[in-house]
Design a protein around this ligand. Structure first.
Ligand SMILES: C[S@@+](CC[C@H](N)C(=O)[O-])C[C@H]1O[C@@H](n2cnc3c(N)ncnc32)[C@H](O)[C@@H]1O
Length: 420
């Protein structure tokens, strides 16, 4: 955890310095500068892309410099291999066709009687938002309508510093085919009357198709929770590369579906028709199902029960007969199940959360030794650290930066490897 915070800081300092040389642009949103949601509306989109390209190079250098005590004859073997691996590959950059209105989901915090996003560099303050150009379609209007109703119902906001109050988050998710899901995340179960009224009125006025009441009683600042009740549909559908995917209130889904389609298509193109593929950290089956047509069989592993249920439903809805979902910890699956069942995959796809796959998982993958590995990552620091362990046995075929998050410092990276 400490390492992730310091990675954030390193990248922040680098980007702040680098962005000072960038071409300026007029910010689109009135809240830019005070709101912590966007960092780069004041520079052109081309300059943002250039900044991210440089950020990836900066991170690679930082990781190469880590844990590399000088040894006789130069760098240790794994570090040297990572340097060689990177030296031969020029990263490609895929821009977002939509620099604004690209987000499928926004989590608007409600605290100190203000609803919106945290103030830039001031975690203890919230900026009340009157607009938010990141969220596409009708999503922002739904948030504002829900906020008005919460105020009318006197449903108190939740003070996350003193731990008093009730309504913590408005989570808005919208699908491109139409349909908004709104989740109200509360600390207590005391104001069911108000929550039901808010969700019911939004459903009756057709502003949402799905409304959830989620309960998050802990001290942690979370925008998910136990499902208490819902109105309308339990899920909404998004279509990615021709595959219909049901999304629930607590399930992961890529924030920028247009760019996600391109990234998933890249992974599909890396596979061959007869491949036995493992898809680790599979969520609701987005990658497994979109690559299934390019593979012999896909075995997917996911450990969150709500995702597992939805992934199995998504497999059935799309009538795909070559994808199987296993409820399992990904590392356990790689270490134990592949050995016990004699599974010999040709390709392994991993798309882990921010901490990455880690030493045990990467060592298990290296032991399985598939011909191809696709690693899609939201955290280039952990990706590069994991790559360091793969570098001895694998060659990097390509490295692609997908700009899933314009106006912010974040991006997604896809690394494709072939066994040496
Ligand atoms: C970045 S998301 C990727 C989801 C999916 N590949 C997609 O593109 O939508 C990571 C997923 O890994 C799951 N996950 C987290 N830790 C895990 C673990 N130890 N074992 C298996 N799955 C895990 C999360 O629940 C989440 O669905």
């Amino acid at each position: 955890m400490a390492r992730i915070v310091s990675d954030k800081k390193k990248l922040h300092l680098y980007l702040r310095a680098a962005s000072e040389e960038s071409t300026l642009s007029v910010p689109r949103c009135r809240h830019f500068g005070e709101c912590g949601g966007c960092e780069f509306q004041n520079i052109t989109y081309e300059a943002q892309l250039d900044l991210k390209r440089r950020a990836l190079a900066f991170i690679a250098e930082a990781v190469l410099a880590e844990d590399a005590p000088p040894v006789e004859g130069g760098l240790p073997a794994a570090i040297r291999s990572l340097a060689d691996m990177l030296a031969g590959v020029e990263p490609e950059l895929v821009a977002s066709p939509l620099p604004f209105s690209y987000r499928q989901r926004m989590d608007y915090v409600y605290a100190f009687d203000k609803a919106g996003l945290r103030r830039a560099h001031r975690h203890r303050q919230v900026v009340e938002l009157e607009e938010c150009p990141l969220l596409g379609g009708e999503g922002f209007g739904v948030f504002r309508a829900a906020l008005d109703l919460a105020k009318r119902e006197e449903l108190p906001s939740y003070d996350y510093m003193r731990h008093v109050g009730d309504l913590r988050y408005f989570v808005v998710r919208r699908s491109r085919s139409g349909g908004v899901m709104l989740s109200l995340v509360t600390k207590t179960l005391e104001r069911g009357d108000a929550v039901r009224k808010i969700l019911g009125e939004l459903l009756d006025s057709s502003l949402i198709v799905s409304g959830h009441w989620l309960h998050a009683p802990g001290m942690g600042d979370v925008s998910f929770g136990s499902r208490i009740e819902h109105v309308g549909e339990p899920t909404i559908d998004e279509c990615l590369n021709g595959v219909r995917l049901g999304i629930g209130p607590n399930t992961f889904f890529q924030a920028n579906p247009v760019v996600a389609e391109t990234a998933y298509a890249r992974i599909a193109g890396f596979l061959t028709k007869n491949d036995l593929v493992l898809d680790m950290y599979s969520g609701v089956g987005s990658i497994a199902l979109t690559v299934a047509g390019n593979a012999g069989k896909v075995l997917a592993a996911e450990n969150q029960p709500e995702n597992v249920i939805l992934a199995r439903r998504n497999i059935a809805v799309n009538a795909v007969d070559n994808v199987e979902l296993v409820e399992s910890d990904a590392v356990h699956f790689l270490q134990v199940q592949t050995t016990a069942d004699g599974v010999r995959p040709d390709a392994i796809v991993v798309n882990p959360p921010r901490p990455g796959v880690g030493v045990e998982g990467i060592d298990a993958i290296a032991r399985i030794a598939p011909a191809r590995i696709a690693y899609l990552s939201c955290n280039p620091f952990t990706l590069l650290r994991d790559m360091r362990r793969l570098a001895v046995g694998y060659a990097l075929q390509s490295l692609t930066l997908f700009d899933m998050f314009p106006q912010t410092r974040h991006f997604e990276t896809l690394a494709l490897f072939e066994r040496r």
